[in-house]
Ligand binder design. Structure first.
Ligand code: ADP
Ligand code: ZN
Length: 706
């Protein structure tokens, strides 16, 4: 690669995506693709796959076709590209014939840089599947082509013919599924066996890992969420019913939660998804049906209400948090009942053994007493040399103690119960419980009844799980989950073999002082970040695009810290490209200035409006006011609109004509969803600018209120 090439791809990265540097192997992948090599990219969810084909697409002559399985999410991806000033569209069965024809024409005239298409709609593009028009083929979620993958889609098999018709066009296949068989299969099916394979690290360092016992999960969850006001998160549950129940519990506590599962109809599911993407609901209680393909970068936490079936699923689900690279948290609740339930699901499946082995690995992870990330990454074939420092075990290492007597007590109760009872009853007998089950079966007359009454129920559970892990007893899944002895039990019972156990860990977060929390919460609401977040939300509603597509949380954080006050400074922010600078720069800078002004002398809110009003009365033009105030013209227009609507003497028709107001009024009636400005802007084929639309709407509203 020459220096010129390197400069080109770096300037393109900054100009269109606003980023200063590449992540992982993005740069190598992009270079390889630009040299027209076929590539297979294996990167974890949230690792940054999209830029690997989106950036070359901008540089290539012609259109990059992106094959993507999820029609519902194409719109967001295309909106994201457009927000960055990249010409993009999608082509699928939801569109009318004329719309499809218009897109085909845009391909022929080389107007587009990227075109998203579902595999089943490819036939509609037959006439343009030519090397003259197509610069590159990107296959997203490429594991869908392989029956080895966990998400095989028959429609993906049509892709195998593509290379034949486009032999000189580079292909890039991308997936987060790491295993070798799938990778091999992708290469063979797509007939790109010479493709260069890029396998990046699966470590997502910014995601903090934590596992807690599942006692009183709901209170723990409510507590967890209350400590994170306004943060978006997903709670994964095993059943449809529990998603609904949990949603209701959370709603009853005043939290904005929705439920999502395959039992809802298409419209309901789309609505939940949209509301989440648009930050209208921040919490979704979902089955695993939710989340694939959602690129929302500001998901701050994932909770597993139930244990997932395997580590692949777990990792993919937690990967949906923290895509913007800033701090995120994954909390897993571990319950013994879940393990039994999951085993039941696995039993009788054609690949039962395989599933159970995977479940065992999941269980090992949940019960780990050493760095969890090490265990996780080793599962994906990666070796972490040092402990991660960002998991609960690293942060709060378990303390071991000599638990031989505890073990002997538990094993002796199991013996007395003739190895026929499950954990719950074993603990009841240990603790000398007087419930009907124990009394009916006369367990109160057993010799070891009550020998463990000095230890709390929860703690017994914690110890017995460890005994299971260490092999001193086992669960007979086929005999009502009875606890049974193993070959090693005898050593403990009769030979005094030492057993080391860990102390039960009280989740630190729960006992943190609630007073302190409250303080930081109120402080947060006045922070610059909060103001920037609200501005982002306002623009998101006006323009009808998800807030995270305007700026992601990482970018917003950087704006908060750097406080850029000029265009040039704003452009320095990681995540601000040219187009976003042009469109949003002024408003954000104005917000920072307003914040700093207020900090200085806490003036009234109306201050900035008054300054504009004074200058207006002096007879200055919009541009002159903007220059004088170091603001952008659209900001001044929005001031005038506000001043006008509060009854100030503004000659509004100097800025928007009567004809334009009439046109907007007409559009307001005919448009389906005239919320925000964007629908109007599009309705007028971008011929009436946002400022004028806003002014016209202000006039109309004022007239209506007369
Ligand atoms: P994937 O498709 O691998 O799950 P994405 O392509 O959606 O991941 O990228 C995840 C997030 O990371 C997006 O918000 C994206 O804008 C951001 N991102 C990608 N590359 C970079 C980079 N080089 N610097 C900063 N952020 C990046
Ligand atoms: Zn760790």
């Amino acid at each position: 690669m020459t220096t010129a090439d390197s400069v080109l791809i770096h300037t393109t990265l900054k100009k269109y995506f606003g980023y200063d540097s590449f992540r992982n192997q993005q740069e190598e992948i992009i270079n390889s693709l630009l040299q027209k090599n076929d590539c297979i990219v294996i990167m974890p969810t949230g690792g940054g796959k999209s830029i690997c084909f989106q950036l070359p697409a901008i540089i290539f002559k012609g259109v990059t076709l992106v094959i993507s399985p999820l029609i519902a999410l194409m719109k967001d991806q295309v909106d994201g590209l457009k927000a960055n000033g990249i010409k993009a569209a999608y082509f699928n069965s939801s569109q009318a014939a004329e719309e499809q024809q218009a897109i085909i024409e845009q391909v022929v005239s080389s107007e587009l840089k990227l075109l998203y298409v579902a595999p089943e709609s490819l036939s509609g593009l037959e006439n343009v599947l030519k090397e003259d028009y197509i610069s590159c083929i990107a296959i997203d979620e490429a594991h869908c082509i392989s029956s080895w993958g966990h998400d095989f889609r028959p429609s993906y098999q049509q892709l195998s013919f593509l290379k034949k018709s486009l032999p000189n066009v580079p292909f890039i296949a991308l997936t987060a599924t790491a295993d070798k068989a799938t990778r091999q299969d992708i290469a063979e099916q797509l007939t790109i066996t010479d493709a260069k394979q890029f396998i990046t690290s699966f470590d997502r360092k910014n995601i903090e890992l934590e596992v807690r016992p599942a006692n009183d999960r709901i209170s723990q969850i409510i507590d967890f969420i209350n400590k994170r006001p306004n943060e978006a998160g997903i709670i994964y549950c095993l059943s449809r019913k529990s998603t609904e129940q949990l949603k209701e519990r959370l709603q009853s506590k005043g939290l904005k939660a929705s439920a999502y599962h395959a039992g809802l109809n298409f419209e309901e599911r789309s609505r939940v998804q949209e509301d989440f993407i648009f930050d209208k609901t921040t919490i979704v209680c979902a089955t695993v049906a939710f989340g694939m393909g959602i690129d929302k970068s500001n998901v701050r936490w994932i909770i597993h209400y139930n244990m997932p079936k395997n580590l692949e699923g777990y990792y993919q689900e937690i990967g949906r948090s923290g895509r913007d690279g800033t701090k995120a948290k994954a909390l897993l609740f571990h319950s013994y009942a879940d393990v039994i339930q999951l085993r039941k699901f696995a039993e009788g499946a054609s690949n039962e053994e395989f599933q159970i082995a995977k479940l065992d690995r999941m269980k090992q992870f949940a019960e780990a007493t050493s760095c969890r990330r090490k265990i996780l990454l080793s599962y994906f074939g990666e070796l972490l040399n040092n402990n991660c420092g960002n998991c609960d075990v690293c942060k709060n290492p378990p303390e071991f103690f000599n638990g031989t007597i505890i073990a002997q007590k538990a094993l002796s109760v199991i013996t007395r119960l003739k190895e026929s009872e499950a954990m719950g009853t074993v603990i009841d007998v240990l603790r000398g419980a007087k419930n009907a089950n124990v009394l009916d079966k006369r367990y109160d007359s057993l010799k070891s009844y009550g020998i463990g009454n000095d230890i709390a129920w929860k703690d017994w559970q914690h110890y017995i799980i460890q005994l299971l892990d260490q092999g001193y007893c086992e669960i007979a899944f086929h005999k009502n989950n009875a606890l049974q002895l193993t070959n090693f039990s005898r050593d403990v019972l009769f030979n005094n073999k030492e057993v080391n156990l860990t102390k039960p860990n009280i989740a630190k977060e729960i006992i943190a002082s609630p007073k302190k929390e409250k303080k930081t919460k109120t402080k947060k609401n006045n922070s610059l970040f909060e103001r920037l977040r609200l501005l982002r939300l306002k623009i998101s509603l006006e323009e009808n695009i998800p807030a995270y597509l305007i700026f992601n949380d990482a970018t917003l954080k950087e704006i908060e810290i750097e406080r850029p006050l000029s265009d040039a400074e704003f452009m320095e922010i990681n995540g601000v490209g040219e187009r976003k600078m042009e469109v949003y720069g002024a408003e954000f800078i104005a917000e920072i200035k307003a914040f700093m002004e207020e900090k200085k002398k806490t003036p009234k809110k109306s201050e900035t409006l008054n300054v504009t009003y004074e200058l207006y009365k002096e007879g200055l033009s919009i541009d002159e006011i903007a220059t004088k105030r170091d603001l952008k013209a659209p900001t001044i227009f929005s001031h005038l609109a506000k001043l006008y609507s509060t009854g100030k003497d503004i000659n509004i028709y100097n800025f928007v004509s009567k004809e334009e107001v009439a046109a907007v009024q007409k559009a307001k009636i005919t448009l389906d969803s005239p919320d925000g400005l964007k629908p109007y802007f599009e309705h007028f084929n971008e011929q009436i600018d946002y400022s004028k639309i806003r002014l016209a709407l202000t006039v109309i509203e004022k007239e209506n209120n007369k």
